[in-house]
Design a protein around this ligand. Structure first.
Ligand SMILES: NC(=O)c1ccc[n+]([C@@H]2O[C@H](COP(=O)([O-])OP(=O)(O)OC[C@H]3O[C@@H](n4cnc5c(N)ncnc54)[C@H](O)[C@@H]3O)[C@@H](O)[C@H]2O)c1
Length: 380
């Protein structure tokens, strides 16, 4: 019998029922797809300011509380864990309110609008002893897990280089109206690095790879956008960031290049990771979501392609021959959060920690400084 049917559920509440709030609801609604998962999880409450967005959640049968006031929402004893998916300028205040209300937190990236904000949330969570993790789902693709394992076991030989990145093309159209993600006061001065960066930093950080120094090239491409009311508004966030790092790994300093772009023609949510050594190498991209590329140096040097199918960390009812997509790996990330909170993660890959989020913020802070001074700067 599936053990998920026998235990009391972890009761989850969402603050921010926009793009990611709805994705979260969808991942939780099909929790039964996880096979033999030890803990049940159920969406019980939602807090959202916009009434039509809030009403959308009425179709989720387990939701008992709909609120437009997060203080009232947090006073409800029927919530164990809060997933907060709100604009970045609200991260710190809402995350702190969640922690002080005695709830555990699944935070969204970048975990505070800047480095200081991230540190304050991390420190408060530690002080109060709350379980906090930060959303970053791409490492839960089976292909990424294989790249991670190859890098971790030292099979690659002497490392030559690492390339990691996240490319979008969604901002190329200059007539796209402004939104909060394109304005420093809501998104943060780190711009695209806050939007896409933790996804890319998560695996290197988990491998213990922390750049000692870096040089960053940042671009603002479209600086005015329609404001949706007949006028224009300043679009002042960084659109693209190319960050060249010096990363100490073992006895050597390895070049790790990180690319974070909202202006990458033809790309839609392309997250990639490539780690190359003298003996072996591995490459994964969401362009080919079921495919792992591995390099080996034999008599000849070859790249080999394997189709991995649905080899997810947590087994599901989905057949092994099928391919995973974004909603599937989001559910895998949620499974990792719930399993780790229950002390049942074992040696499986876990969600990004507050320390990792703070570490990533240090990279973005250094990147701003590097671009401003046009020099290589320390990033630890
Ligand atoms: N993990 C991912 O893949 C991923 C993808 C996109 C965005 N994000 C992150 O998720 C977060 C939210 O992004 P989004 O794309 O869902 O934004 P969104 O604009 O679609 O949704 C945010 C929602 O928060 C609501 N809100 C604002 N203030 C509120 C308050 N005080 N109480 C309740 N609700 C409030 C807004 O009305 C809006 O509906 C950000 O941190 C963003 O970086 C993560």
């Amino acid at each position: 019998m599936n053990r998920t049917q026998t235990t009391a559920p972890v009761r989850i509440g969402i603050i921010g029922g926009g793009l990611m709030g709805r994705e979260c609801a969808s991942a939780l609604a099909r929790w039964f797809a996880l096979v033999d998962f030890p803990v049940r999880a159920e969406l019980t409450a939602v807090c959202e300011l916009d009434q039509s967005r809030l009403d959308w959640f009425k179709q989720v049968p387990t939701v008992r509380l709909l609120s437009n006031n997060h203080h009232e929402f947090l006073a409800n004893p029927g919530i164990d864990v809060v997933y907060a998916a709100v604009p970045h300028h609200l991260h710190e205040s809402i995350y702190l309110d969640v922690l002080r209300a005695g709830k555990d937190l699944f935070a969204e990236k970048p975990f505070g609008i800047d480095l200081e904000s991230a540190r304050r949330v991390r420190d408060e969570a530690a002080k109060l002893g709350r379980f906090v993790r930060v959303s970053s789902e791409f490492p839960f693709f089976p292909g990424v897990q294989r790249v991670f394992q190859l890098a971790r076991c030292g099979a690659l030989g002497r490392l030559l280089e690492i390339r990691a990145g996240f490319h979008h093309s969604s901002d190329l159209d200059p007539s796209k109206p402004i939104n909060w993600k394109r304005q420093n006061k809501f998104c943060g001065e780190i711009g695209v690095m806050g939007d896409l960066g933790l996804h890319v930093a998560h695996v290197p950080l988990r491998l213990g790879w922390r750049p000692a120094s870096l040089y960053a090239q940042l671009q603002k491409v479209i600086t005015q956008r329609p404001d949706g009311k007949g006028g224009t508004a300043a679009c002042d966030t960084w659109d693209n960031a190319i960050i060249h790092t010096n990363t100490p790994i073992g006895d050597y300093t390895i070049p790790m290049t990180i690319e974070l772009k909202r202006m990458a023609p033809t790309e839609m949510n392309t997250w990639y990771l490539e780690i190359i050594g003298t003996d072996r190498g591995a490459r994964f991209s969401t362009k080919e979501p079921k495919t792992l590329w591995t390099y080996r140096r034999d008599k000849e040097q070859v790249w080999e392609r394997s189709d991995l199918g649905f080899a997810t960390i947590f087994p599901t009812i989905t057949g092994a021959i099928f391919e995973p997509g974004f909603p599937d790996i989001l559910q895998q990330m949620w499974a990792a959060y719930i399993a780790e909170r229950a002390g049942q993660l074992g040696d499986r890959f876990g969600c990004a920690t507050p320390d990792e989020a703070v570490a990533s913020h240090k990279w973005w802070r250094a990147a701003l400084e590097s671009h401003r001074t046009q020099s290589v700067v320390a990033s630890t």
